[in-house]
Design a protein around this ligand. Structure first.
Ligand code: BJW
Length: 229
């Protein structure tokens, strides 16, 4: 019986809900240049483009629903009554809409914006532009997506490190293992003595680091695996 379970999720868990992944063929990075829409430098160069990229994705998120993999993780947390935390790289809100409560968004959230001047964070479903005004400090054009771009520090890293130190089971779901520090979390879990499992459509870049690997669609392999825990 595993006492403390940490589950890392990536874009693959939301793919069957209809949200595009990043690096699969036809993924977001086939249509947009990472340096234009997912770096602070890109935002400084062309904030209008970055706002329209995230406005569009926020709009798409409102049209989709959690799938059987999100629900299986929420059920696991309820059934175990503690000791299960989902650390997601995803900026969508499908885990919380499925019922997951112990959740860390390490790369930020699509439904939040923050002011680059006063740092105030708001929850929103609205569209933003270079004319948008911060309701707290009145700054014009200072609002930016509450998202971790390349070169920025992921959120709640200390909390994630503490969880991994106590973890007995680390499950990685639907991530290519291409982006650090998320891709390195498995090494910390292993150093803590945790059993490590990869559930993905195909071998990720870090597949060799996992003790157990199961390949298939998230909506099939996740309920099957978590149903046994
Ligand atoms: C399915 C499926 C189905 C599909 N069922 N599976 C050189 C070496 C090492 C590191 C670096 C380096 N140069 C720079 C770095 C650091 C950099 C980095 O990692 N770069 C790499 C590209 C090399 N990282 C950073 O800059 C990070 N910050 C940082 O390092 O700060 C320093 C620091 C470190 C530690 C402590 C403190 C400080 C920040 C990274 C920010 C990432 N941001 C993004 C954008 C978010 C906003 C947005 O959404 O717009 O986050 S990038 C993008 O990639 C997004 C994702 O969260 C992230 C990971 O992608 P993910 O989830 O893995 O998706 P895919 O598409 O890659 O893979 C999907 C997988 O699902 C595939 O395997 C499919 O097979 C599978 N799949 N259908 C099951 N149905």
């Amino acid at each position: 019986m595993y006492k403390n379970i940490v589950i890392l999720t990536g874009a693959g868990i939301s793919a069957e809900s209809g949200i595009a992944t990043f690096r699969d063929s036809g993924g977001l990075w086939s249509n947009y240049k990472v340096e234009d829409v997912a770096t602070p430098e890109g935002f400084a160069r062309n904030p209008g483009l970055v706002h329209s990229f995230y406005n569009h994705r926020r709009g798409e998120l409102a049209k989709v629903f959690p799938n059987a993999a999100h629900t299986a993780l929420a059920d696991l947390e309820k059934r175990r009554g503690g000791g299960v935390t989902v650390v997601t790289q995803n900026v969508d809100n499908l885990h919380e809409r499925a019922g997951t409560v112990n959740l860390i968004h390490m790369h930020g959230e699509l439904t939040k914006m923050r002011c680059g001047k006063c740092r105030d964070v708001i929850v929103t479903e609205e569209e933003f532009s270079t004319e948008s005004v911060c309701l707290k400090c009145g700054g014009v054009g200072s609002m930016r997506p509450h998202i971790v771009w390349f070169g920025e520090t992921p959120m709640k890293m200390d909390e994630i490190g503490n969880l991994l130190e106590k973890c007995n089971l680390f499950i990685s779901i639907g991530t290519s293992g291409a982006v650090y520090p998320a891709a390195g979390l498995v090494r910390i879990a292993k150093a803590s003595g945790a059993h490590t499992v990869e559930l993905n459509l195909e071998r990720s870049q870090g597949a060799s680091l996992f003790a157990e690997k199961i390949y298939g669609k998230a909506t099939e392999v996740v309920p099957e695996y978590t149903g046994k825990l």
